[in-house]
Ligand binder design. Sequence first.
Ligand code: AMP
Ligand code: FE
Ligand code: FE
Ligand code: ZN
Length: 291
Amino acid sequence: MACNESVNIDLHIHSDASDGTLSPSEILTMARHLELGAIAITDHDTVAGSKTAISVGIPDSLNFLTGIEISAHPPPSFPCAGSFHILGYGINADDPLLNRTLDVLQEARKNRNPRVIERLTGLGIEISPDELTDNFKGCQIGRPHIARLMVKKGVVSSVNEAFDKYLSRGKPAYADKYRVDCREAIEVILGAGGIPVLAHPVLLDPLNEKPLEYLISLLKSMGLKGIEVYYPEHSPEQTARYAEIAGQYDLLMTGGTDFHGSLKPEIRMGSGRGDFSVPYALYEKLIRASS
Ligand code: AMP
Ligand code: FE
Ligand code: FE
Ligand code: ZN
């Protein structure tokens, strides 16, 4: 599909295959109504959402990229307290090594939930595994689902409060989970024919004084191909800085809203809080690089 300059894209969308609340089919319908030029479904540690979207059929007016968002360990010399996520675009969703890696990560997610529940019980907050599976049938259950159940039960008044008081790293109900190393995340995406991109640099929360350029050069040496420059939480100054770094290291720029449906109701597909957009030209550069 040819697109003019006013068309926007959203390359960071979660479906109900991970912690989004819309199905892949509903996401496609919404993207078409919003007249987006291209989207990618980037679920946490699963390609199920992308696969379902393809099987239900991509509307003619929309370009679709398969996607993934892998939770990884940062390099040991650049420790981070925040979210270190590697996005992958244009992957072969049937790639055997990718799928084996994702299976291990899915298992680790499942094993983590009982430990979070145990900690909550220790704090006097009763949530049972059955309640979780009954409330979120077919979902890849994680902390956001536990948070939503805590809201439903009146333990907290919002998902954010559940994270801030209990579930975030360093809070009393936090339990760590197995992650792949960033090198493995990058290699597995490359091996599946995809483009690895550092997600939302603003959320890294580095624990040392090394500049972001240090991390980027390290990741680039591992095979990183892009930076998520456009993200609703990036200030105009941060966006400009990340764009400059992308230019300096000859990396692609990507962008998306991190749409999660009603889990993050303030973030709308394609437009974030209303003042956000990602130009179509970035999608064109991305597909040119992947072909
Ligand atoms: P998990 O997959 O269990 O590690 O949970 C990570 C996901 O939780 C993130 O991708 C977000 O969707 C969500 N999340 C993390 N921190 C917060 C927060 N403070 N408020 C709401 N959602 C959050
Ligand atoms: Fe999420
Ligand atoms: Fe993320
Ligand atoms: Zn995300």
